[in-house]
Design a protein. Structure first.
Lengths: 134, 131, 340
């Protein structure tokens, strides 16, 4: 699997989140993803990006265009050096939230992606990767 | 900061969300709408999201909050114009918008509001259960 | 094999299973069976002498250029004697032109790029040329094997040139022959890949057309749509069909859509879930989906599998669903004869 292109965006303000959504949409359109694929990953990006903003005060998002054999994919990696997640399994269950949100973000992002990976520990920040393949 | 325009049509308010809102803007809309419902004594609110390419849990929550707040203020809210890709994604995300009434477009939304207000006007008229 | 490069050592370098996303450390490659490329590297490190390897690389490129005339004639002879010689499909002059161009493109590529990786930029011209040949030959009626043989048949002539060049140096000759055969294998297989990719595109396009033909959305009345599904539903097809239905709902402004599955013999959990998701999505949009034509066997299977259809209006027949839909729209059907 090769990474054809990679770009990193900051995630520190509301506007950054909007820019992230636009960037994900634009890259996926360039790669020829279907409208549903685009909407799903853009929504996942919004959820994950907002998590970084709300819980860690900010972070960064990396967009990678992947190529594996004949298929193309877009991977979104959102990283922050915030407090980290103590119980990842619980965080992934719908409805669980430590803020005033709906608690659908993490689990929802997982359902919206073809591949999903999360690494986090208290005090060690959080790193979430979500990929959609064409 | 720019604000999302709210139009008054008789005793109904129409909001058409045309931009990809950042979170602050969404919260501002929530506040503005509630204030306008009171100020204009509105009985119905139509939120047109036909231009939205994405609805995430934040916007979903905003829509639910608007519906709940306006309801306590005596107005009914209908969300119209949801795109298929958005609807499919929301189902996957787990957003049900249970307490929000929806219609396919502005016409259908107005029809719904009219019917709802008419049934309320009837003596002993019941509240239509949310869809 | 030299101890520092045993197969087991090679495999041991790669953690299994690897974590694809290890924070703060280098991206670790996924566990994979070594392909030709890696085996090539393996082979080279066994010799341990890089200088000698560089010399190997340049000899093949050299030979392709210097001995081009001899190679060309031998190669043509080889193909004419072979099983894939089809003079009725391609005149000899054209074949000669193709062989000549392949030799010159390959010698240029071999001079500038690694012989072990034909995906490098230096081989682009050769790949494009082979792709073009593959497409033309497929259109002409060659089988993919015959097309690949175009490249494979260069082996014997090339080995003969190598043999003439290295004479008694068995070790060097065997190393060169290995490099040459690996290279030509890759190039030959590339033509097969091009062929397969083209076939897949045709199949995908035909599937799309079939899908459009077999799942039309019909308007039963103002504001009432029907989607009669026929045949086996698989997960992919169901998704596409549902997306299509939702778009139709928006375009026609229909508030009721009837999904009729009378013509569907079996419904598994995955398909049932897609149906339910479509119903939920339609509701979010402001329309209502009714599912009709659920046969007793399907109903049993659904209950057995624990699929919950509680929130969804279901009817046994399309007729029942239509009656329900009319009622939802505030319509009533009356007998015209009675009014007279």
């Amino acid at each position: 699997m090769t990474i054809l292109r990679s770009e990193t965006l900051p995630l520190n303000t509301d506007e950054d989140l909007v820019r992230l959504r636009r960037a994900v949409r634009a890259r996926m359109q360039e790669c020829g993803f279907s409208l549903i694929d685009q909407t799903k990953l853009v929504t996942a990006a919004s959820e994950l990006g907002r998590n970084a903003l709300d819980y860690a005060g900010g972070g960064s998002a990396r967009l990678e265009i992947l190529n594996e054999g004949v298929r193309t994919g877009l991977r979104l990696v959102v990283e922050d050096s915030g407090p980290g997640i103590e119980d990842i399994e619980r965080a992934l269950t719908d409805g669980y939230t430590t803020s005033r949100g709906l608690g659908l973000g993490l689990g929802g992002a997982r359902r919206l992606a073809n591949e999903f990976d999360i690494r986090s520990a208290p005090g060690a920040g959080t790193r979430v990767a979500a990929t959609r393949w064409k | 900061m720019e604000k999302i325009p709210i139009l008054k049509l008789g005793d109904q308010l129409l909001v058409s969300i045309q931009v990809d809102m950042h979170d602050r803007l969404a919260l501002a809309l929530q506040d503005d709408l509630t204030a306008r419902v009171v100020r204009d004594k509105a009985r119905g609110v139509l939120v047109d999201i036909s231009a939205l390419e994405m609805v995430d849990s934040f916007i979903g929550r905003m829509l639910g909050t608007i519906a709940a707040m306006t309801r306590t203020l005596g107005a009914e809210t209908v969300v119209v114009g949801m795109r298929p890709a958005v609807a499919i994604t929301m189902v996957e995300l787990g957003l049900t918008l249970r307490n929000v009434r929806t219609a396919l477009n502005v016409d259908a939304g107005m029809e719904l509001l009219r019917a709802s207000m008419a049934s309320e006007a009837r003596p002993g008229g019941d509240d239509h259960p949310a869809q | 094999m030299a101890r520092h490069c045993s197969t087991r050592d090679f495999f041991r370098q790669m953690p299994f299973p690897p974590f694809p996303y290890a924070p703060k450390c280098k991206q670790v490659p996924r566990y994979k069976v070594p392909r030709y490329n890696d085996r090539d590297k393996l082979h080279r490190t066994t010799h341990g002498d890089l200088a000698m390897n560089d010399q190997f690389a340049s000899k093949i490129a050299q030979l392709l250029a210097e001995d081009e005339k001899t190679l060309l004639e031998d190669w043509l002879r080889e193909q004419k004697a072979g099983a894939s010689w089809r003079p009725e499909l391609m005149p000899e002059a054209e074949l000669r032109r193709q062989c000549s161009e392949f030799l010159s493109l390959s010698s240029a590529a071999a001079r500038s790029a690694s012989l072990a990786d034909i995906n490098e930029a230096g081989w682009q011209a050769v790949r494009d040329f082979l792709a073009d040949i593959a497409r033309r030959r497929t259109a002409a009626g060659y089988t993919p094997s015959e097309t690949a043989s175009f490249v494979f048949s260069l082996k014997r002539p090339l080995f003969a040139r190598l043999g003439a060049h290295y004479g008694a140096d068995a070790a060097a000759l065997s190393a060169e022959i290995w490099t040459a055969t690996a290279l030509l294998d890759r190039l030959g297989l590339y033509t097969t890949e091009v062929y397969q990719k083209a076939r897949n595109e045709v199949i995908a396009r035909q599937q799309e057309e079939m899908l459009e033909l077999s799942t039309p959305v019909v308007k039963l009345w103002e504001g009432i749509l029907a989607l009669p599904l026929i045949g086996t539903l698989d997960s992919a097809r169901t998704q596409v069909v549902m997306e299509n239905l939702l778009q139709n709902i928006v375009d026609s402004g229909s508030v009721v859509a009837i999904i009729d599955i009378t013509g569907v013999p079996t419904v598994d959990t995955l398909v049932a879930q897609h149906l339910l998701k479509a119903v939920a999505a339609a509701r979010l949009m402001g329309a209502q989906c009714i599912i009709s034509g659920i046969r007793p066997q399907i109903a049993q299977t659904m209950v057995h599998l624990g699929v919950a259809f509680d929130d969804v209006v279901t009817k046994a027949t399309l007729a029942d669903a239509l009656v329900y839909a009319f009622r939802q729209r505030g319509l009533a059907v009356s007998d015209a004869r009675l009014r007279a």
